[in-house]
Ligand binder design. Structure first.
Ligand code: SAM
Length: 275
């Protein structure tokens, strides 16, 4: 396990992932009923942007720093900026588990799971003091299987693997069928890299064949899709995408890419548009 998220914290991929994650969680919280959040690959939860590792790549300069540097007009983008502002002013950026923990209401519940021993310790420390936030230290796919369906029957599962393993896409395809069996109505947000050679189309094909409702894809390409050297972009595949979220993300795309560069394209898989 060599991957450490500190090198990438606050980059364009984090921004689109966290922005959409927050929008979806807010949407779920429009109902009083308690919501369950599972962050299966949680990372440490809070990142010091002045740390050597963050500065070595400088990825956040092209990401959250750009977003925070200019005024925006879109309300969802503004909401995200307001949410990030306090930490950012102190040189920090919240990862997905801290973002979720900050949003929890009394009736909500978060499980943040992390396998790396050192990062797990940091995660536990960063979530200390947040009521209803629990941490686990097991394999993410076991954490998902073991938590579904949640008693709340309402909520979000974030799946954000480091893609260190060559067969991660294959594992996802295999596990997705399990998620559907256990909790077909849950909202799942899956993040993945877009690079030449990665089987992104196989993922789409398998996800379409699974026939989950409202399977929606949002791809953020920072560079030409066909460039051979390195990461060209990232995608979010969302099952049971809440109503209005795709339209709201589409509505902020032009402003977001105006700040961070690149392009966003989105589409529904198969015939899941109006399901
Ligand atoms: C991309 S990072 C997570 C970033 C985080 N979700 C965020 O947005 O702030 C992926 C994390 O998964 C952890 N990880 C890797 N393999 C894992 C596994 N099999 N089960 C659980 N966590 C794992 C890594 O240590 C790393 O911290």
């Amino acid at each position: 396990m060599n991957y450490r998220h500190i090198y990438h914290a606050g980059n364009f991929a984090d921004v689109i992932k966290h922005l959409v994650f927050r929008m979806i969680l807010s949407h779920v919280q429009q109902k009083d009923k308690g919501a369950f959040v599972l962050d299966a690959f949680a990372g440490v939860g809070r990142y010091d942007l002045s740390a050597d590792q963050a500065l070595r790549t400088g990825e956040y300069f092209q990401g959250i720093a750009r977003v925070m540097s200019e005024a925006v007009t879109n309300v969802d983008l503004q909401d995200f900026k307001d949410f990030v502002a306090e930490d950012f002013a102190k040189g920090f950026y919240a990862g997905s588990p801290v973002l979720a923990a900050k949003m929890l209401r009394l009736q909500d519940r978060l499980i943040a799971n992390e396998l790396h021993p050192e990062d797990f310790g940091l995660l536990r420390r960063n979530l200390r003091g947040f009521q209803n936030a629990a941490v686990t230290h097991i394999d993410a796919y076991d954490a998902i299987r073991g938590s579904l369906p949640p008693q709340e029957r309402r909520g979000v599962v974030l799946i954000d693997p480091p893609f260190e393993k060559k067969d991660e896409f294959q594992s996802l395809v295999r596990e997705m069928a399990e998620w559907k069996k256990r909790w077909a109505t849950g909202c799942y947000i899956l993040w993945y890299p877009i690079k030449v050679g990665l089987p992104v189309d196989d993922l789409y094909e398998a996800a379409a064949a699974l026939q989950m409702n409202r399977a929606w894809v949002c791809e953020y390409l920072l560079r030409d899709r066909e460039l051979l050297d390195g990461l060209n972009g990232c995608g979010l595949l969302i099952f049971n995408a809440p109503f209005q979220i795709p339209e709201r993300v589409d509505a902020l795309s032009a402003e977001l890419t105006g700040l961070m560069g690149g392009t966003i394209r989105s589409f529904y898989l198969g015939s899941s548009t109006n399901a």
